[in-house]
Write a new protein. Structure first.
Length: 367
């Protein structure tokens, strides 16, 4: 292009601004409320496109067989951009809520049977993060692959694209898979997988941590007893249950026996990073874990905000796609993909009672 591109050429504004006519042939036939609805949702989809790019970058960097320490900040940066986008996406519902119930009802029938469930980019995000079909089905959210195959059977190019994109995403490795592989390689007490005595080092850490957990629980019983917060017997039962739950989590008793050895080390590594996060070489790893937790927190907030916006505008009507509407959206907010990153927080101990780290020099800066 002579003289270089213009702003409007670079952004292809002629094409972008011609995409808001909805089902009408002319945008002037679309009401101001419907134009508002279209633009807000198209903006969501543009943000989702960028989220997908950043998630794939983070996953690919984290999934390499060896992740150099200097690469971890890049992963944190990718996830930080995702989190900033999601934070903005939550706020975007403020704009959506300027649509009144009557304003939406004036054109709502045009959408039938379209539904936000058909956002294939949101389904891609879920799959890329690591949400499995069995988890969606268990939560009463349906199988997205089956739904998109049914939708593409109608023959529209967009429906075919949706099916292809979701099926391709279901075959990709997830961020959760990459995170687990990275955690698995975390040195615990200076020991890494494959080294002689690694299982013993991990076992010593877990047992010393559980012993500290038991001691802290006994101290809590005494404190509660002295302050008359609750009957001693009740407090003792609670602490016994808490210790049993901590052991069950660290022993991966919730998983099939064949999966437990690998997951035990992953959970021990997660606990090690969270407990000793102030060690210099654990600073970026714990920042990475914090970024993933924040990502899921923001996704839950987005889903919750979405449900409340829908309830505010249409109440508890059946969704345009035939779903239960707000009830369905509320169920989506209860799903956790990175459940272990949340669960480990229940068993964390105060720094003052943590067992000492073996080989602390392994976690200092090299001189």
């Amino acid at each position: 292009m002579p003289g270089g591109p213009s702003y409007w050429d670079y952004l292809r504004l002629d094409q972008l601004l011609a995409l808001q006519s909805g089902l009408e042939s002319e945008e002037r036939e679309v009401s101001a409320d419907e134009l508002h609805f279209i633009i807000v949702h198209q903006t969501f989809e543009l943000w989702f496109k960028l989220v997908l790019r950043q998630l794939r970058l983070a996953r690919d960097q984290l999934a390499t067989p060896l992740v150099p320490e200097e690469k971890v900040p890049a992963v944190v940066s990718n996830l930080g951009r995702v989190n900033t986008i999601l934070r903005l996406a939550v706020q975007q519902f403020d704009v959506m809520e300027t649509l009144t119930p009557q304003g939406f009802l004036d054109f709502r029938n045009k959408l039938v049977p379209a539904s936000g469930f058909q956002s294939f980019q949101m389904r891609e995000i879920e799959l890329l993060l690591g949400l499995e079909a069995k988890d969606r089905i268990a939560a009463g959210l349906g199988d997205p692959l089956a739904a998109f195959r049914k939708g593409s059977a109608k023959g529209s190019p967009a429906g075919q694209l949706a099916q292809e994109r979701v099926e391709a995403a279901s075959r990709e490795s997830s961020l959760k898979d990459a995170l687990h592989g990275w955690l698995l390689r975390t040195p615990i007490h200076g020991s890494s997988p494959g080294q002689a005595g690694d299982d013993e080092a991990v076992g010593r850490f877990v047992e010393s941590y559980l012993a500290a957990h038991a001691g802290h629980g006994a101290d809590q019983v005494e404190r509660f007893d002295a302050s008359k917060v609750m009957p001693r017997a009740r407090s003792e039962r609670q602490q016994e249950d808490a210790l049993a739950s901590a052991r069950a989590f660290l022993e991966a008793e919730d998983l099939p026996a064949a999966e437990r050895p690998r997951r035990r080390r992953i959970r021990a590594a997660l606990l090690f990073i969270e407990s000793y996060r102030e060690l210099p070489l654990l600073a970026w790893p714990r920042a990475l874990i914090d970024a993933v937790v924040e990502l899921e927190e923001l996704l839950v907030l987005w889903r919750t905000r979405h449900a409340r916006m829908v309830e505010r505008v249409i109440g508890r009507r059946v969704g345009t796609g035939g779903s239960s509407g707000v009830d369905y959206l509320d169920r989506t907010a209860k799903v956790r993909i990175f459940d272990e990153l949340w669960s480990v927080r229940t068993i964390l101990l105060p720094r003052a009672v943590l067992p000492p780290v073996e080989e602390p020099g392994a976690y200092g800066f090299a001189r």
